[in-house]
Design a protein around this ligand. Structure first.
Ligand code: ADP
Ligand code: MG
Length: 452
């Protein structure tokens, strides 16, 4: 994709996420000035726009650009005049002016009270052999919260529909029982809420937020691992709701017994209800998902293209959607659906290698690549700040992804002591509690690890 095509594709996507007025104001006379390796420099007409884009839209811009070309890892803005100006798409959206938050760009319609995104419903949740059980449990709960399966614990790998299913329950409960109070929260938000309220000496106020909830949904509970204080408070909140027959719904990327560093009493609480896993969709289901989603986008892709995507993208539904979005952006620019050859080019860097395994070298490579430092520097003894950080992250990831022992990790990094590895692991774990940016960075590196 050329610079202009890339920017066109970005504009095509971003216009659906913000109001027409904002779109015209902030994206007029913008374009890509330069694209060099992982870095993209965006030209903006003045300092005011620069500041605004940096503060308000950078996350979204980055997300979309990275989605279009996963080589892109850094977006910068600079005041400059472009030789050619990319035209804004004509039929900009009719979306009302919603507050667009920097954090959850796509979720700008999220209900402030419940944190639920209305886009996640049972209606648009596709059911197949891979998710039948959790879906059935979810439906039962939505019809009768608090009295069938409690808690419901859904687990499965990334992008397989945990968040969608959990939020669908919440949305359906609100539909059916408008007086019920539902709250959705990610475990990171929950944990940082606890940390902050302890710091500000108002933990009781925090707890009171959860006192009268009928359906409490906590997503990605694996992030509680090692956060003792959060677990402690959660345990109390869990118990008091549970005793009142309130519904609790949890998700994680792994089953309760595989979450290390989680208190035993909490684990046994989780195991006391219904545990259901979402596995990977088989080929037929992937085709069904692609068909449904392309109908939603009102685009007809040939069978050949759908089969190409379904055979090459197997890992999860988010990636299937990503592939469709990329093709849809192309279709929008060219006014016709891409043929199979174009599809192959467009999806080249989305198609993953068959191996889903990784090893320490791949992890180090991905970290070095992400931070643009040399692998051999990470492995050596440099005390430079720009090396120490990435090294600690590499150690952390090797521990998290491979469960390697601390002595073997130390060894790998130029024969360091196991305490160095433990220190790195603890430091990053701690930092992840409050540092959303780091969370995201690590997410991106992980994506890369399994692609190498
Ligand atoms: P997870 O929370 O497991 O990482 P998500 O719930 O965020 O996964 O799902 C990733 C994307 O795939 C979302 O856009 C979601 O709407 C979509 N998706 C996942 N499962 C399904 C499904 N069964 N039917 C339709 N869309 C799905
Ligand atoms: Mg999720």
């Amino acid at each position: 994709m050329s610079k202009d095509e890339l920017w066109q594709a970005l504009l095509a996507q971003i216009q659906f996420n913000i109001s027409k007025a904002n779109f015209a104001t902030w994206f007029k006379n913008t374009g890509i000035l330069q694209k060099k390796g992982p870095q993209v420099v965006i030209a903006v007409p003045n300092n005011f726009s620069k500041e605004w884009l940096e503060n308000k839209y950078n996350k979204a811009v980055y997300k979309i650009l990275h989605g279009l070309d996963d080589e892109i890892r850094e977006v910068k803005y600079t005041v400059a005049k472009l030789e050619t100006v990319v035209q804004l798409p004509q039929n900009a959206p009719l979306e009302s002016d919603g507050p667009v938050s920097q954090l959850e760009f796509q979720d700008f319609k999220v209900n402030k009270e419940t944190n639920l995104n209305p886009r996640y419903t049972f209606d648009n949740f596709i059911v197949g052999p891979f998710n039948e059980l959790p879906h059935a449990a979810a439906l039962a709960i939505a019809g009768n919260p608090g009295s069938v399966y409690n808690p419901l614990f859904v687990y499965g790998g990334v992008g397989l529909g945990k968040t969608h299913l959990l939020q669908a329950i919440g949305n359906e409960v609100l539909n059916k029982f408008s007086q019920k109070r539902v709250k959705y929260v990610s475990s990171e938000k929950f944990a940082s809420g606890i940390v902050n309220s302890i710091r500000n000496h108002n933990i009781d106020k925090f707890k009171s937020l959860y006192k009268d909830i009928d359906v409490l949904i906590i997503d990605d509970i694996q992030f509680f691992a090692g956060k003792e204080k959060s677990q402690e408070e959660f345990f109390h909140i869990f118990n008091s709701l549970y005793e009142k027959n309130k519904q609790i719904i949890l998700s994680s990327d792994r089953p309760p017994k595989a979450i290390s560093a989680i208190e035993e009493r909490l684990r046994s609480r989780f195991e006391g209800g219904m545990i259901a896993d979402i596995s990977m969709p088989d080929f037929e289901t992937r085709i069904a998902i692609l068909k449904t989603k392309s109908q939603e986008k009102k685009i007809n892709f040939s069978e050949e293209i759908l089969e190409y995507i379904a055979s090459n993208i197997q890992r999860n539904i988010r990636e299937l959607e990503g592939a469709l979005n990329r093709l849809a952006a192309h279709q929008k620019l060219n006014n016709r659906a891409p043929d199979i050859e174009t599809t192959k080019v467009l999806l080249k860097n989305l198609i993953s290698s068959p191996s889903k395994t990784t090893n320490p070298d791949k992890i180090i490579k991905a970290v070095a690549f992400h931070f643009d430092v040399k692998e051999k520097d990470i492995l050596a003894n440099s005390r430079k700040k720009e090396i120490v950080g990435p090294r600690q992250i590499a150690m952390y990831l090797i521990r998290m992804e491979l469960k390697s022992s601390f002595p073997s990790i130390g060894n790998k990094f130029g024969g360091k002591d196991h305490t160095t590895a433990i220190h790195a692991y603890n430091k990053i774990t701690k930092e992840l509690e409050n540092n959303e940016h780091l969370n995201e960075e690590i997410g991106l590196i992980k994506e890369q690890i399994y692609r190498l």
